[in-house]
Design a protein around this ligand. Structure first.
Ligand SMILES: Nc1ncnc2c1ncn2[C@@H]1O[C@H](COP(=O)(O)OP(=O)(O)O)[C@@H](O)[C@H]1O
Ligand SMILES: [Mg+2]
Length: 241
C-alpha cells in the first residue's frame, strides 16, 4: 500500500491511518504491532478490500487474501472437514477433489483426526487450527491474521506459533500478522512494523534476523522485545493513553 490514509466519518479528527507505505514481499512474514485502537484492524480490512481507503492505493497479489481473526468464525453445525471444504467449494475446487484436499490441509495443521468432528467438540486451539486450514484453502498468496492467538492460553499459543512458522515455511505464503504482543511479533516475524496511534503512522520497523527455530523465551527474542517495548511505550506516552 502506498500513501494510505483513512478517516471514519468526520474528517476534522486526526485520521485513523495517515500516509502508510507498506509492502509485503512474496513469502515474507511481516508483523504489524501497535497499541489497541491504533488502527491495525483498519489497515488489515483495507488490505482485504473490506473497506476503501480515504486516500492512497492498496495493491494485493492475485487471488484475494485469506483472513483469520481472533474468533475462528467457523460454522458450528458443520464438521471441521466441511468447514474447510466450504472454502474449497467457494474457490471452485471440483467436488470429487475437495475431501482429499481438506484432509491434506487438516493434516498440515495436524488435525487430520478431527475431520469428522463438529466444531463444538473442538478446543479453542483446535478451532484456530481449523480456521488456519480454511484460510489456507483459499487461493490467495497473502494470509492476513488479526490477533489470531490472542484468546488462547500461553501454552496453546506457543504450540501454534511453532505450527504457523512451519506452515509458513512449507507453503511459501506471505503473512501479514497483526498483534499488540511484542514478543509474539518478534517470535514470528522477519520484520516488525510498529504503528503509532492517532494518527496511525509507521513509527519504526525492525528486521528480525534471529534464526528459526525461535522460542518466545530466547534471550535474543527477549532483548529485541525489550527494545521494541521501549519504543511502543514512547508512542503510547506521546498520545496520552
Ligand atoms: N467502523 C468504524 N467507525 C468508526 N470508527 C472506527 C470504526 N472502526 C474502527 N474505528 C476506530 O478506529 C480506531 C482504530 O480501530 P482498529 O483499527 O480496530 O484498532 P486496532 O485494531 O489497532 O485495535 C479506533 O479508535 C476505533 O474506535
Ligand atoms: Mg484490532
Amino acid at each position: 500500500m502506498t500513501g494510505v490514509s483513512h478517516h471514519f466519518g468526520e474528517t476534522s479528527r486526526p485520521p485513523v491511518l495517515d500516509g502508510i507505505d507498506l509492502a509485503v514481499a512474496p513469502g515474507e512474514f511481516v508483523c504489524l504491532l501497535g497499541a489497541s485502537g491504533c488502527g491495525k484492524s483498519t489497515l488489515l480490512a483495507l488490505v482485504a478490500g473490506l473497506d476503501q481507503p480515504t486516500a492512497g492505493t492498496v495493491e494485493v497479489p492475485a487471488g484475494s487474501p485469506a483472513l483469520m481473526f481472533q474468533e475462528p468464525a467457523l460454522f458450528p453445525w458443520l464438521t471441521a472437514g466441511a468447514n474447510v471444504e466450504l472454502a474449497l467449494r467457494l474457490r471452485g475446487v471440483p467436488r470429487n477433489q475437495r475431501r482429499a484436499e481438506a484432509l491434506r490441509l487438516l493434516s498440515l495443521v495436524r488435525l487430520e483426526d478431527a475431520h469428522a468432528k463438529r466444531v463444538h467438540e473442538l478446543s479453542g486451539g483446535m478451532r484456530q487450527r481449523v480456521a488456519l486450514a480454511r484460510a489456507l484453502a483459499q487461493e490467495g498468496e497473502l494470509l492476513l491474521m488479526d490477533e489470531p492467538f490472542a484468546a488462547l492460553d500461553a501454552i496453546t499459543r506457543d504450540v501454534l506459533h511453532e505450527e504457523l512458522t512451519r506452515i509458513w515455511s512449507e507453503t511459501g505464503r506471505a503473512v501479514l500478522f497483526v498483534t499488540h504482543n511484542v514478543r509474539e511479533a518478534v517470535r514470528l516475524g522477519q520484520r516488525v512494523v510498529l504503528l503509532s496511534s492517532r494518527p496511525g503512522r509507521i513509527a519504526r520497523e525492525w528486521t528480525v534476523d534471529i534464526p528459526h527455530p525461535r522460542r518466545i523465551e530466547d534471550p535474543d527474542v527477549s532483548r529485541l522485545s525489550l527494545e521494541i517495548t521501549d519504543h511502543l511505550r514512547t508512542e503510547i506516552a506521546r498520545h496520552g493513553h
